[in-house]
Design a protein around this ligand. Structure first.
Ligand code: GCB
Length: 707
């Protein structure tokens, strides 16, 4: 075997190239921006080449564009449309094409007993909303495709009011029909949308039909290939929201970034004074309009006059108690404008970075966190309710965490609001996952729009401290341009929160391969002693995306995937080693490794972990055992002490989650087993390992120090 060849192990690069998609050459940023405006049109395009006479697609253009998002809908008068919805599975996608359906399912045609119509919602199939269909019916467990939903309800439209149909989220593409008319089309599985239905509702019986297609497509965000279950359906709350004719549509009320404060500003925390900065947007007003902001507890009452578009921007000093994990103070905030009154609970805090530090209200913090998918701890399937959120928060508290990474897409609003109340800091994320079509302007447009929707929903949540742009995206020119455009977009919408992304880094992998290889070769060599003390590797994070973000996330699986990959490479190079040998050495040596960055920015280890089946016990080298998983954590936590820029952790992952990627039917059985909790929420040994560690970090002496 040639030891020198071990120096060039391509490792993860090999893995990644296997799953890379062909991406066309990068376009200029200007081109991307201009073309992205056109991307609404392809969404509406029909398949004109379908010449099957049975499938003559109708023209399906929604009657109107989507309305801008209404903020804080649960504080308004609402009629919940949650509950049982009738459903039709449309595996072949014929529901809006065949003449045998008359106009198509969305038109919700009614028919007499002797009229032939080849669909009916009157059958026995219902699905619960909010909820994913996969967890509700055994026959739908693996189903990916179209399901039509229908809900009939009685309603008396209130005189003089406007009514909006609001969806907290449904995965992935939706066509929304109200009383037979296509009103809205939305793509994206994890962000809310609404459409005004004032003119389309009747007194008495009404019906909403939604065509939900859980398949996103190669040009979408995310694509189909993700390490999580593509739960389909209307997965979040649906409601009618009533407003006065003119009303407060959205607002942003946050502290101005500390670096924005002018020397003359009186806003210095030492005086207990802050500077509130924000805007309010009215809807339905005529010309300029006055709007009052009342924060009674802080003695604030301000009246602003909007411009003709209904928007007012403001800035003023205020004396406020600041939100923090130790004291998650929320103020009751009231907006008053004409006939409208809207209340919210808002916390105020500063979050910023300074060199390698993350500062909360000017103080250095360490993020004691964990990553989680949006899966319920109370039952199988997508989390959707306030009770789900409370259960997750309770587990985070048991873990002594102050931080959660809501991976890999926006989670529901209940979760973010619960985090606000509980003092759990949140990493919010867009599903720009692995290799998407970075050079496709429509893909960029979709990511930007979804981010706008998320920010419109969550911009007032003190808990949200980081906007993450994406996860483990392989480096390319096109990818870099994509993220520059995304970062600009997000910062334009919200300049008060740092940006992050979970990076990949290959640089140091070769060094790890060389190091472990030399140790093993040394053990076998006649020249024992001469080859056995190579220098422990330093892994440098140098992905150029680090230039774009403020906080560097880094996913590393030194205690899990790396040993297998290294073993294969070493064997290719002629070294006769077993995976066990490599794994043992890796775990033993890991504590000598150092992770550094090429940027003077804070580092969060956004993932590390190992799989374990709850209840499976074995020696600390037996993979899939709880002992092995716990040992990986012990060694990882020792190793991470060496990283000078480390300011937080969100190991992978709170709970085992459904993952069709995971084909080992013995131990995985389509679950990703890296949870601290089993799929039914039982704690594995590693839960205590991490909670004890975080408890020790909570001690005042260690609070701001590295672990
Ligand atoms: C990762 C991904 C995450 C996977 C995880 C795993 O790096 O970010 O989505 O589920 O690894 O378990 O391999």
């Amino acid at each position: 075997m040639s030891i020198s060849r071990l120096l060039l192990l391509p490792l993860f690069a090999l893995l990644l190239s296997a799953c890379s998609q062909e991406v066309p050459p990068p376009q200029s940023l200007a081109g991307v921006a201009a073309a992205s405006d056109l991307c609404v049109i392809p969404e509406l395009a029909l398949d004109e080449h379908n010449d099957n006479p049975l499938f003559q697609p109708q023209t399906q253009t929604p009657l109107k564009a989507l309305d801008p998002l209404l903020a804080n809908v649960r504080a308004r008068q609402t009629l919940s449309l949650n509950g049982d919805w009738n459903s039709i599975v449309d595996q072949l996608g014929v529901g809006d094409a065949s003449p045998l359906l008359r106009g198509g399912i969305g038109e919700n045609e009614s028919y007499g007993p002797h009229e032939l119509l080849e669909y009916s919602f009157k059958g026995q199939h219902t699905l619960q909303v909010p909820g994913d269909w996969n967890s509700q019916q055994e026959s739908l467990f693996w189903y990916r495709g179209i399901v039509w939903y229908q809900k009939e309800f009685n309603y008396q439209p209130p005189a003089g009011k406007r009514v909006f149909l609001y969806f907290g989220g449904a995965n992935f593409a939706k066509d929304v029909y109200v009383n037979g008319q296509l009103l809205a089309r939305h793509k994206g599985g994890f962000t809310p949308f609404n459409t005004e239905v004032t003119d389309y509702l009747k007194a008495g019986k009404n019906a909403v039909v939604v065509k939900v297609d859980s398949m996103s497509g190669a040009d979408e965000v995310p694509t189909e290939y993700n390490d999580w279950m593509n739960y389909g359906g209307i997965t979040r709350d649906v409601m009618l929201v009533e407003t006065p004719a003119a009303f407060v549509r959205n607002y942003k009320l946050q502290l101005a970034a500390r670096n924005e404060l002018t020397p003359n500003s009186s806003s210095q925390s030492s005086k207990g004074e802050q500077r509130i900065k924000g805007w309010v947007q009215l809807d339905g007003h005529k010309g300029e309009q006055s709007v009052t902001l009342n924060i009674a507890e802080a003695g604030i009452r301000k009246t602003f006059t909007t411009d003709a578009s209904g928007r007012a921007e403001f800035e003023f000093d205020a004396k406020l108690g600041l939100w923090s994990p130790d004291d998650p103070k929320l103020y009751r905030v009231d907006w008053l404008s004409g006939d409208d009154q809207l209340s919210d609970d808002i916390g105020f805090r500063h979050i910023e970075t300074q060199g390698e530090d993350i500062l909360l209200n000017g103080e250095k913090i360490f993020l004691r966190g964990v990553a989680m998918h949006e899966e319920s701890l109370l039952r199988h399937g997508r989390a959707a309710t306030a009770a789900d959120a409370d259960a997750a928060i309770k587990k985070l508290k048991d873990l002594n965490a102050n931080f959660v990474r809501l991976a890999h897409y926006p989670h529901n609003e209940h979760m973010v609001r619960a985090a606000d109340r509980a003092g759990i800091m949140v990493w919010a994320e867009m599903p720009v996952y692995h290799n998407i079509q970075f050079s496709n302007p429509c893909t960029l447009a979709s990511a930007k729009r979804q981010y706008s929707e998320l920010i419109a929903r969550d911009q007032n949540r003190a808990a949200v401290i980081l906007w993450s742009l994406g996860n483990e995206t392989p480096e390319s020119e096109a990818r870099n341009r994509f993220f520059i455009a995304m970062a600009e977009h997000v910062r334009t919408l919200d300049d008060t929160r740092p940006l992050t992304a979970a990076l990949l880094g290959f640089g140091g992998m070769e060094d790890i391969g060389r190091y472990i290889g030399l140790l093993l070769a040394g053990e076998e060599s006649a020249l024992v002693g001469m080859l056995t003390s190579p220098e422990a590797p330093t892994i440098t994070i140098n992905d150029p995306l680090g230039d774009v973000v403020d906080v560097l996330g880094y996913n590393e699986y030194f205690g899990w995937y790396l040993s297998g990959i290294l073993t294969q490479e070493m064997r290719k190079q002629g070294l006769d080693v077993s995976e066990d040998q490599v794994r043992e050495l890796m775990l033993q040596e890991m504590e000598k490794f150092t992770i550094v960055t090429a940027f003077n920015k804070p580092l969060v280890i956004s993932e590390f972990g190992a799989g374990a089946k709850q209840g499976k016990h074995g020696g600390p080298l037996e993979i899939w055992s709880e002992e092995y998983q716990a040992r990986v954590y012990q060694q990882q936590l020792k190793m991470l002490r060496n990283s000078p820029a480390l300011r937080g952790l969100s190991p992978w992952v709170l709970k085992d989650f459904r993952a069709p990627y995971r084909l080992n039917t013995d131990t995985q059985d389509y679950w990703n087993r890296k949870g601290l909790l089993s799929e039914t929420g039982e704690e594995k040994m590693v839960f205590k390992e991490l909670s004890d560690y975080y408890k020790a970090l909570q001690q005042p002496r260690l609070e701001v120090a590295q672990p």
